[in-house]
Design a protein around this ligand. Structure first.
Ligand code: SF4
Length: 188
């Protein structure tokens, strides 16, 4: 993988890079390891997903890593308190890049029912999130569905100049978007 990551800097866009992208995406999506931690009730469902009945092992993901340095997937399972936020951020910072995040459940995605001073109103205030999984709690099948969707996303990720182009486009779209204070109602 280190070879592929080094190569992407040197390759021009075109046929060869497309092939390398596909190869890197295939390897990355099939070698995800999750950082071990759970924050609240959603973590029980996450543990169930790793146990025999649901069997995350079929994706080679049953080993939750005890060290963030050996993990590239963070599943934020449960509400994030303000006190815990710097710890979550530190774990994320220590994880190996490239890395991905699933916000599991209503609390991790948005604060859920805990609209109060103690709870971060969505973990995307402190780390980037790739997949938001609704539910309170989401069932293990839903977590597995989120993981499969993440696999798809990782498999199609661009590298090098192609990735820079997409980042520029996304930034331009974000800058051109209507500010939230100008939005009215839920459907505008
Ligand atoms: S979404 Fe529901 S189950 Fe998950 S942490 Fe929040 S309250 Fe608990």
């Amino acid at each position: 993988m280190g070879l592929v990551v080094g190569l992407e800097e040197k390759l021009p866009s075109g046929f060869l890079l497309t092939t390398v992208e596909k190869l890197a995406g295939y390897m990355r999506k099939n070698s995800l390891w999750t950082a071990t931690f759970g924050l609240a009730c959603c973590a029980i469902e996450m543990m169930a997903a790793g146990a025999g009945r649901y069997d995350l092992a079929r994706f080679g993901m049953e080993v939750f890593r005890a060290s963030p340095r050996q993990a590239d997937l963070m599943i934020v399972a449960g509400r994030v308190s303000n006190k815990m936020a710097p710890v979550v951020r530190q774990i994320y910072d220590q994880m190996a890049a490239p890395k991905w995040t699933i916000a599991m459940g209503a609390c991790a995605s948005s604060g859920g029912m805990f609209n109060n001073y103690a709870i971060v109103q969505g973990v995307d205030h402190i780390i980037p999130v790739d997949i938001y999984l609704p539910g309170c709690p989401p069932r293990p099948e839903m977590l597995m569905d989120a993981i499969l969707k993440l696999h798809e996303q990782i498999g199609n990720e661009k590298l090098g100049p192609n990735r820079e182009k997409i980042i520029r486009e996304v930034e331009a779209a974000a800058l051109a978007a209507k500010p939230t204070h100008q939005l009215k109602g839920l459907l505008t």
